[in-house]
Design a protein around this ligand. Structure first.
Ligand SMILES: [Zn+2]
Ligand SMILES: [Zn+2]
Length: 350
């Protein structure tokens, strides 16, 4: 019989008690990750396959327009990889990597265990002692699925809030100021966004961990593939394409359940009809529930960035790093707030 929450140590708490590097490796494995060499290899392999099947069609240029190209241009188009935006991606990524250790340990070692223990205590209070079920592979799969769904939901809520609250949009705008998409664009965030996403991830995984730790008296681990959460791995296999200029689509019926990478192309478009769409990380469930799902047409035009009117203010590394502070100053001094989605040229309003 369990009399208080401290007697059940959930997997998340156990992990947090170990070294911080190991901690980051373990938790980040749950997040569909694009920058590992294996993911990049898969991206390249799939791109060659798409090139062959589509006979050179399906990749986009720096303006977000579909075009037919030769293989090298298909995989590594010059206009995209020599673009200022792609260079700024690299510098923002370096800055984020340097600053990450400052907050990731603090957040994971606080938000994670507190969430996990609170979840366990709440369940004990609601339902009494742990049923202490024996786990098997089916339960481990379910745990992996619930973890992913929790993560996707929290991701959606944070992302939606960042788009709708002007003071937070000032931070997230840095991700959207990318004028071309490269695999590094995934990590293109203002350094203030990192802790927000990390807290959200820690919270969601620890919440799921708390539920399963309660049911199984701490005796369960997620089903994994190659060290990553089972469903995160399966569904995240094509994740690198979210920020790749080649369109990877799924059948329409499947896109209603899982975000195809091409659906993220529209998320990065500055056209009015594309604003605030497709905001979840993995599934389409929450976008469908909250009315933000947008399934693009074949080869849909998706000009990337925040739009010609304000793009000049978010182009260089310095502009992007100071951007939120400039926006907040403007908001405070003028008493008005920039709208989410930034400005759109009149001819683009549809
Ligand atoms: Zn966004
Ligand atoms: Zn993105």
């Amino acid at each position: 019989m369990i009399s208080n929450s401290s007697e059940i140590i959930g997997p998340f708490t156990e992990i947090v008690q170990q070294a911080s590097n190991y901690l980051w490796d373990v938790t980040s494995d749950n997040i569909p990750n694009d920058l590992h060499w294996d993911r990049l290899f898969i991206t390249l392999f799939l791109a060659v396959l798409l090139f062959t099947v589509c006979r050179g069609h399906g990749s986009k240029n720096a303006q977000g327009q579909e075009r037919k190209t030769g293989l090298l241009e298909y995989l590594l188009p010059k206009d995209i990889y020599t673009h200022t935006s792609a260079r700024v991606d690299i510098w923002l990524w370096i800055l984020e990597r340097i600053l990450r250790p400052l907050w990731v340990v603090a957040l994971f070692s606080s938000v994670g265990p507190i969430t996990e223990q609170t979840t366990i205590s709440a369940l004990q209070w609601l339902f009494g002692a742990t049923p202490a079920i024996d786990s098997n592979f089916i339960w481990m799969l379910l745990y992996a699925l619930v973890s992913l769904l929790c993560y996707d939901f929290v991701f959606y809520v944070i992302h939606y809030t960042m788009h709708k609250v002007p003071a937070l949009w000032a931070i997230h705008k840095v991700h959207h100021s990318a004028e071309v998409l490269t695999p590094l664009t995934r990590s293109r965030e203002h350094f203030l966004a990192g802790p927000i996403w990390a807290a959200g991830s820690a919270f969601s995984f620890a919440f799921a961990a708390g539920i399963f730790a309660y049911i199984f008296d701490g005796g369960i681990t997620q089903a994994t593939i190659l060290g990553a959460g089972f469903f995160s791995f399966i569904l995240g296999l094509t994740g690198a394409f979210r920020h790749y200029h080649v369109q990877l689509r799924y059948p329409r019926w499947l896109e209603k359940w899982i975000q195809s990478p091409a659906m993220h192309h529209t998320h990065h478009s500055y056209l009015r009809k594309h604003w605030d769409t497709n905001m979840a990380a993995v599934t389409s469930i929450y976008d469908r529930m909250f009315g933000t799902l947008y399934i693009p047409e074949k080869d849909e035009y998706t000009p990337w960035g925040i739009g010609p009117e304000t793009q000049d203010e978010y182009r260089t590394f310095l502009q992007n790093t100071t951007g939120p502070f400039r926006d907040w100053y403007k908001m405070l001094s003028q008493g008005n707030s920039p709208q989410a989605g930034a400005a759109v040229p009149p001819e683009e309003i549809t």
